[in-house]
Design a protein around this ligand. Structure first.
Ligand SMILES: [Zn+2]
Length: 513
């Protein structure tokens, strides 16, 4: 009796303890920060934070002003938190055209262009030659260029790869090989064969999407500034032009395409024709910014040994007048890293320095992280990486974890332990495979570090419903989950920053690379 009375009293006292009360308060404060930051970043005012737009600069300034407030510093020697990433917008000029016997054709009507080619090709007239799929692959004992002289000619080829009924081994049956992934390797092969240009024909299914392709084919492509590479012109033609090239009338495009796939097809009508190339490349410099902040460590002997924690802050902008707010992708990761920075700057318990990064250009092809791993002054001293992309939706108690064991089993164990000490998420590893059809392992900024063998972990919620849709809004975010993501991130970063483990790259074998 007495004992239980005492127990009750202890419970009442415990609930009044300032420590317990404060703990609840901390969580609430974290959630308030997360919410306020996310509601701003994912508001319509920022128009979807597209890399290259002025709107993403507002997001960058907002993040930088928060960092200033939280007491973080730019990286040693840098004047600001904004770290420039030189990009270029490459496109094909609207005045581009091709000249065929049937007349002059302007770009973006009957054809789209992948590559304008070098200026050396401008004005040149080339004979056409049909090369079916334009593939040479010894694995399948297959060669479309056999007995063909394509030097100085424009090759006309079909997108995709051949198949044989009942032969599952031939070009992997229904599973596409590298030849179906993009036409770029076919262009490379054509160039190696001496061809001076490429004309690509879509499958009938692809041709049905001709109109909607204008959305991405007509626009330029943002990329890292690179040394110019030798290139031949390459275009994609519509069904009208395709039929005119082969002098095929009266057949549907689908029927014509079936004929073209047949090795016995007679392409003499096409091979008698010529094309005159007049494509003009356009190239505009664009400056984007990664955001980089440092929290110095307490141990001067470890000052050159960095733990990097990051998330991309760009999204895909506006489409057809609609704002794609990207609250989960990746407003969620952006504010989790911000809140982690705020808390860690407050407690100052890290022995090694921590670098907080917000990447730009992720949606354009991991541009910010690719640039960082090649150019940042700290690139060779990154000891471990935590990256997240979409962490505020789906099940609040579980999270997908990728790449943690790719390089170091010790790092994998550290992340597991950190989770047990903090958020206690159920870790889901089902996406953590090079063979997963959706290739999530390669699809966010962590990959730029992981592929170099740097111990790296990637967290994501694998949310599908509003992925890259206008409905990815802040009101659908689970802030309890975000707060847990902060706990997990903070603990992982602290353990990596303070531990003695060297993260031997025991799993990073020749095979793994
Ligand atoms: Zn993303």
């Amino acid at each position: 009796m007495q004992r239980s009375m005492l127990f009750l009293l202890a419970l009442i006292l415990a609930s009044c303890q300032p420590g317990v009360y404060k703990h609840g308060n901390k969580k609430e404060r974290a959630m308030a920060h997360l919410k306020a930051n996310l509601e701003f970043l994912a508001s319509d005012a920022l128009k979807g934070r597209e890399t290259g737009s002025a709107d993403i600069d507002v997001a960058a300034e907002f993040i930088a002003s928060r960092l200033e407030l939280y007491g973080l510093r730019p990286f040693t020697g840098a004047k600001s938190f904004l770290s420039p990433v030189p990009l270029s917008m490459k496109g094909i000029n609207d005045s581009s055209y091709i000249q065929l016997k049937s007349g002059r054709r302007g770009i973006n009507r009957h054809f789209y262009a992948y590559s304008a080619g070098d200026s050396a090709y401008r004005g040149t007239e080339q004979q056409l030659v049909f090369v079916r799929f334009g593939i040479t692959d010894s694995t399948f004992d297959y060669n479309d260029y056999e007995n063909l002289d394509v030097r100085g000619k424009t090759v006309v080829l079909l997108l995709g790869e051949p198949e044989r009924a009942d032969d599952e081994a031939f070009f992997n049956g229904k599973r596409p090989t590298k030849w179906s992934r993009s036409s770029r390797i076919k262009r490379k092969l054509a160039r190696e064969q001496g061809a001076g240009g490429v004309i690509v024909l879509l499958s009938p299914k692809g041709m049905n999407m001709w109109k909607s392709m204008s959305r991405f084919m007509g626009r330029g492509k943002l990329g890292l500034v690179q040394k110019p590479v030798r290139e031949i012109p390459e275009i994609l033609v519509d069904s009208t032009l395709a039929k005119a090239l082969f002098d095929i009338n009266g057949l549907s495009y689908a029927d014509m395409y079936e004929k073209l796939k047949d090795p016995a097809f007679d392409a003499s009508a096409l091979n008698a024709k010529t094309i005159r190339w007049n494509l003009y490349a356009s190239d505009k410099a664009v400056t984007a910014n990664n955001i980089v902040a440092v929290l110095p460590g307490s141990d001067p002997r470890l000052a050159g040994d960095y733990i990097l924690v990051g998330a991309h802050y760009d999204h895909i902008g506006l489409r057809d007048g609609q704002v794609y707010n990207g609250a989960d992708d990746n407003g969620s990761g952006t504010v989790v890293v911000l809140e982690t920075a705020r808390q860690m700057a407050h407690i100052k318990r890290n022995r090694r320095p921590v670098i907080f990064v917000w990447f730009t250009g992720e949606e354009k092809g991991l541009l910010g992280s690719k640039y960082m791993i090649e150019h940042a002054p700290f690139r060779d001293n990154i000891r471990a990486v935590v990256n997240m992309d979409m962490v505020g939706r789906e099940n609040a108690d579980s999270i997908y974890v990728l790449a943690s064991g790719l390089s170091s089993s010790a790092y994998h164990a550290l992340v597991e332990e950190a989770n047990k000490k903090s958020a206690r998420f159920v870790f889901n590893y089902s996406l953590d495979s090079r063979d997963h059809p959706e290739r999530i392992l390669f699809r966010s900024d962590h990959w730029s570090f992981a592929k170099k063998g740097i111990p790296t972990v990637f967290f994501t919620d694998y949310h599908q419903t509003d992925y890259h849709k206008p409905g990815d809004d802040a009101d659908k975010i689970n802030f309890l989950k975000l707060e847990k993501a902060v706990e997990l991130t903070r603990q992982t970063v602290l353990d990596a920053a303070n531990g003695n483990d060297d993260f031997i790259r025991d799993n990073w074998t020749e095979e793994a690379k």
